[in-house]
Design a protein around this ligand. Structure first.
Ligand code: G1P
Length: 269
């Protein structure tokens, strides 16, 4: 629910899903379920006050959050890791491919990713991960993929995955980011995935089995993303996201652009 410029980070993530045609949304929540539910719900009293005041702009932005899609909620309960959280969606998802979007990761709406991943999943029939190139020293904060190119394709085949390897163990500098389009075969694998790194059930470990094993829905593919991504889970990256998105916005951009150079040069307050 952390605000990024003028809306909570989670709203960017929901909008990203809705923009590629995903309207059935399930949020796996922790303790802040109520704040989330309220945010994406109607607020009749506020709406009628704004209506009476004739503030159509604010009214539209209040209503926008509640018109995004069909949002369902399930609590994770005990936090046993990302794999455990994904497994909580098993009943809701059923037997279809589905997308997982981690709420900390924002993908700039001007850059294409999720739609491409959905296409790759449909073409390959496997599961699809999103990868970015990071500095080798940063890889231990991410899942890491060993990949190989596929002739004539812009996506890659994933040979091996390791969750948060040390610099020495990392098979590459390709890091998993918080977008996945998964075959439902992942649920059966997750059900028997033992706790891994940090004593948590890791989605990366289940995907490693799908990448190397044999069975219906097996096979993992990667889309390398070169666009703008903001990690709101990290303080510096969160601040950068706020500045970058505000600078590009029509109403706040001009004022911020004018003020920022002087401020960073120590010339203005
Ligand atoms: C999770 C995944 C990790 C991935 C990361 C992306 O880690 O386990 O593989 O690289 O998200 O944000 P977390 O950041 O939840 O520790």
């Amino acid at each position: 629910m952390l605000p990024v410029v003028d809306k909570p980070a989670i709203q960017y993530v929901v909008e990203e899903a809705v923009n590629v045609g995903l309207h059935d949304l399930l949020m796996i929540t922790g303790r802040n379920k109520r704040a989330l539910e309220d945010h994406f719900d109607r607020v009749p009293s506020l709406e009628s006050t704004l209506e009476d005041k004739g503030d159509t702009e604010k009214l539209a932005s209040v209503q926008a959050a509640s018109k995004l899609g069909d949002i369902h909620y399930v609590r994770q309960g005990d936090p046993h890791g990302l794999g455990h959280a994904v497994l909580r969606a098993k009943q809701h998802v059923g037997d279809e491919a589905f997308a997982v979007l981690l709420g900390d990761d924002l993908i700039d709406a001007r850059d294409e990713l999720l739609g491409t991943m959905i296409d790759v999943q449909a073409e390959t029939g496997g599961s699809v991960i999103a990868l970015i190139e990071v500095e080798p020293s940063e890889i231990s904060a991410y899942g890491c993929a060993d990949v190989q190119p596929i002739d004539g394709e812009s996506y890659v085949r994933v040979n091996r995955l390791v969750e948060k390897p040390s610099v020495d163990e990392a098979p590459s500098n390709l890091a998993l980011i918080g977008r996945y389009v998964l075959h439902p075969a992942v649920f059966e694998v997750l059900e028997r995935t033992a706790p891994g790194r940090g004593d948590e059930i890791q989605l990366t470990d289940a995907l490693q089995e799908l990448a190397t094993g044999d069975g219906e829905g097996y096979g993992v593919y990667g889309v390398v993303f070169r666009g703008r991504r903001y990690d709101t889970g990290d303080k510096l990256s969160y601040l950068k996201a706020c500045v970058q998105l505000a600078i590009d916005s029509e109403d706040l951009g001009p004022g911020l652009r004018e003020w920022l150079p002087g401020f960073t040069a120590g010339l203005s307050k």
